[in-house]
Ligand binder design. Structure first.
Ligand SMILES: Cc1cc2nc3c(=O)[nH]c(=O)nc-3n(C[C@H](O)[C@H](O)[C@H](O)COP(=O)(O)O)c2cc1C
Ligand SMILES: Cc1ncc(COP(=O)(O)O)c(C=O)c1O
Length: 215
């Protein structure tokens, strides 16, 4: 059976991205796009991004994570350092991030190097999470094969008893990565599939080369 999705056809026409209107600093444009998307209250989880890594087997692998912080240096997400992605990053810190905001017909691609954030930063973020999520980080040996759902639940039950009325420390294998970009691409959907694509490549600490790419 062939399932055709040919009739999904959206015309992109909400915005444009023109050289004369963009900042020289890609972080500024990213910030502007996030802030603008945030004003649309119908958009959920604007901080989701796809992080792609190169696995130990040489294959790329992508998965969604939550962007928790960004500044003029980079983009931070939190995860298990011993997960598949954690092991991949330790072996090869070259990653890409992809944001897709359908409501504003925009995509942002980022190429960069992932570095662990400091223990102090990871501790601070971990302590801000709900206790359930903190215990979840202890309970889940992320990416490993487990026998059943019950196995996880039992671990959680034991952890709840162990940490009853006690602060929950951050597992040393759980923390943040900051992706330091060397390239950004801002994609704005336009009619006739002739989208605007503006790329920023890092030239030095402060300067970026701006190019328009064919859609
Ligand atoms: C909306 C959404 C947000 C997620 N956020 C995170 C996150 O911030 N950190 C994380 O480790 N996994 C997050 N996940 C789960 C990951 O997609 C993935 O399943 C998990 O990190 C294991 O990936 P790996 O086995 O490739 O390392 C999220 C999934 C979704 C759908
Ligand atoms: C496995 C996993 N770890 C971490 C996170 C980040 O969650 P939090 O917002 O609790 O830090 C998520 C979010 O979905 C997740 O699924």
């Amino acid at each position: 059976m062939k399932n055709r999705l040919h009739d999904y056809r959206k015309l992109y026409e909400k915005h444009q991205l023109l050289e004369e209107e963009i900042p020289t600093d890609p972080f500024e444009l990213f910030h502007y796009w996030i802030k603008e998307t945030e004003t649309n209250k119908e958009v959920e989880e604007i901080n989701t991004m796809t992080v792609s890594t190169v696995g130990l087997d040489g294959f790329p692998r992508s998965r969604v994570v939550l962007l928790k912080e960004y500044d003029r240096e980079g983009f931070v997400f939190y995860t298990n350092y011993l997960s598949e992605k954690g092991k991949s990053i330790e072996n090869n810190p070259k990653v890409s991030l992809t944001f897709f905001w359908p409501a504003s017909e925009r995509q942002v691609l980022i190429k960069g190097i992932a570095r662990k954030v400091s223990d102090a930063e990871s501790d601070e973020y971990f302590q801000s999470r709900p206790r359930g999520s903190q215990l979840g980080a202890w309970a889940s040996n992320q990416s490993s094969v487990i026998p059943s759902r019950e196995f996880l639940q039992k671990k959680l039950d034991l952890l709840e008893k162990e940490y009853e009325n006690k602060p929950i420390p951050r597992p040393s294998h759980w923390g943040g990565y900051k992706v330091i970009p060397s390239e950004f691409e801002f994609w704005q959907g336009r009619p006739n599939r002739l989208h605007d694509r503006i790329s920023y490549s890092r030239e030095n600490e402060l300067e970026w080369k701006i190019d328009r790419l064919a859609p």
